[in-house]
Design a protein around this ligand. Sequence first.
Ligand SMILES: C[S@@+](CC[C@H](N)C(=O)[O-])C[C@H]1O[C@@H](n2cnc3c(N)ncnc32)[C@H](O)[C@@H]1O
Length: 302
Amino acid sequence: MRLSPALAYGCRYRTPPLKLLLTFTLLPHRYHRHHRLTVSAPLLPTTLSLSSQPPNPNFFTGNSLFFRMEGDLQRFWSGNSINKNKAMVEHLKTYGVITSKKVAEVLESIDRALFVPDGNAPYYDSPVPIGYNATISAPHMHATCLQLLEENLQPGMHALDVGSGTGYLTACFALMVGPQGRAVGVEHIPELVSSSVLNIQKSAAAPLLKEGSLSVHVGDGRLGWPEHAPYDAIHVGAAAPEIPQALIDQLKPGGRLVIPVGSVFQDLKVIDKNMDGSLSIRSETSVRYVPLTSRDAQLRGA
Ligand SMILES: C[S@@+](CC[C@H](N)C(=O)[O-])C[C@H]1O[C@@H](n2cnc3c(N)ncnc32)[C@H](O)[C@@H]1O
């Protein structure tokens, strides 16, 4: 049995009937934790919210399957695991989050630890704070977005990653489109752009950065990055109040845009530009992202 997005969404903030809760735990990809974390916020909340009020941003409900998964990971790694990044990918496959061979290969190639600030658990399926009121997204969210965009990340294609943060997903895009393609990251915090370049230089995507098919830029991602448009794939890593027109304009006919839309209540929207220029829009799932906003508003935490 599959849950509708509306039902899955309701499960996030209210106590669902036990039957629904059990069903929900079978569908890890229908629930995405991807929220802004404050320093004091627990990375792994331990109970469900019982309130019917809007959620306390420091106390998000969780999917018990993910807690079980993280417990499994701990057990798995308590031995002498030699490749924890590979183990993370294996678990995302086991729990049905990753179904694509290509996406699994790319996630295995780019070690998430190179992009997660020191002192954090890089392979936990959780977002991690990276400073400036931003996070690196949770692994299941990266995997989901890569899979949604896979057809539009074929070798030679152009991809834009708005809100590129640590550079992790931009690096994954670069591996997918290869040296004949182009992967562009746009991030409005200059310090994050600088550190993302250092991260990428340590990763399997370093040669692509060096030769220029991968680049990261300081800019307001709401305006896209016209220089390398049109794009076959556009990903936005922060939630927009509405879909920015510049991103629609920079999408190629046949291209796909994946973007979280909303404020407190957000949907991950999948927008396909048809060959006649019309748009097909659907909601993939309910999510929780930091806002796509101005630099000042983000730094103020507004
Ligand atoms: C949830 S983080 C995701 C980062 C990246 N996907 C990752 O996993 O490392 C969202 C990012 O969007 C950036 N951002 C927010 N508004 C932006 C804007 N208007 N232009 C460019 N970047 C923006 C934030 O600074 C932050 O780095």
